[in-house]
Design a protein around this ligand. Sequence first.
Ligand SMILES: Cc1ncc(COP(=O)(O)O)c(C=O)c1O
Length: 552
Amino acid sequence: MIGKLRARLLLSRAKHPSLRGHAKMSLRVARLFPFFEYGEDEFLGVDGAPPDVVAKRRESFDRLAGELSSRAPKTLELSRELEDELPDVEFVNAHRVPFPFRNAVASRLRIGSVVAETDGLRVRDLDGNWSYDLGGSYGVNLFGHEFYKGCMERGFAAARALGMTLGDYNPIIADNVARLRRISGHDEVSFHMSGTEAVMQAVRLARYHTGRSHVVRFCGAYHGWWDGVQVGIGNPRPAHEVYVLKEMDETTLRVLETRDDVACVLVNAVQAMHPNGLPPGDSTLLSSDRAASYDKEAYRSWLHDLARVCRRRKLVLIVDDVFLGFRLALGGTQEYFDVRADLVTYGKSVGGGLPVGVLCGRRDLMRRFRDDRPMDVCLARGTFNSHPVVMATMNEFLRHVDREEVRASYGEVDRSWNARAERLNRALASRDLPVRLVNMTSIWTTLYTRPSRYNWMLQYYLRLHGLKPSWIGTGRFIFSHDLDDAGFSAIADRFVAAAEAMQDAGFWWQSSKVTNGSIKKDIVRDLLSAAVAGPSRLLAHEPRPSDPATRL
Ligand SMILES: Cc1ncc(COP(=O)(O)O)c(C=O)c1O
């Protein structure tokens, strides 16, 4: 009894104190959290800026809205149609900025969701506007758009005779398996259709072979959108058999040392930039307290401690390298941080431009049945797994990364990307712009150094200046490694110009009364008054004629 209580207490201490660490509580709060918004007249002055500053903001906002819409009429028209029919588009458009500003901003600053062409580092919309791609196609784009076009073209040609035959394999799979075994350092390989499914299979196998129930994952880390690992806000179902623990924390190691129900531990090393933090989207950029820093040695040391405990306790250590695999080093997180996992997942780029998930692991853990218990199997299927064309495009990718000059280039990733970040930060500092960039190799995040409620506006000024972030805005830029110095200079110049335009527009107006703390207090006040005012004041969004509720 006392032992159980002690274990329970230790588990509570290993949870992050924020809502992120408490999935059930966060779901309850999410259901109660009321909507409120700043209307057209007030949204540019909610920080108490004087009328002349608000007027300057409005003038710049109107100009921005005019330019973004007049230069892309076809792109915006099609995007608007899609918004009504593709919930994905509707969702991202509703989550580009903090929700109290959503309606006032989204109705004027329209963002296109369709592109017609890519060329090198740039993408073109339907109206002929070229922009530098900072979104990186969710991280798939590691070697540049032209590279993937080549993989896809050659891959389709190589698999043409096979078409879509499934069940039997494209013989090229043998070469993929051999290369993936060498790169991952593991015995066996399985192919899936997405990173989410590779993670699902890793977790399922870990449970099967250990006979234990629980998955440990770290606060804030993303591992795909499957219920079994995506817990808390984003997944309306309560999570079962998942412990969300603090990363880089001694108490977590003590939990792992003592509990007997843990099957596996999932790690996504991009969290090294913001341990226990959520992926940094601009929709949560309420003030200027977004934090990120990157200490490679500290994270390496954490991973080593974690791996040691997992080894001692026979917990399956799963390195989820769907995002970082092939980006940090040829051998991904394992090689870059010199740590050995039991299972490793890959995805995104390794498909050579087509959808894929890969799992590599120790032979005993990858086995899906037991010789002595014929009915006790661990099923994994998926109609399109090992699709012949995907195997061919993957082979193009794997051959490329195995080339001597590509292998050698990984030795430079830290030095070259750090130098670029420093260069851009120097340019921003020398112009007294309150923006800095933090990077983990080619993955960058934007920090804001002056308290402000309007930092999320930067994503629109970036677009105006020909830079195209993903829908999460300035929180994450993902660069491709084909970016040369001239390309980087062009991006850096545009970035500085965008920040200057935003500064000139008065969005970083300063007052001793405005601090990150005062901003939070103002938001809580607005939230409470919205809650008290009731739903009639809260529901600003008029149902559209196409909404099902309207049709009934
Ligand atoms: C670390 C990690 N794991 C899993 C996934 C899920 O992969 P997919 O989107 O291919 O299902 C992602 C996707 O972003 C990821 O970053």
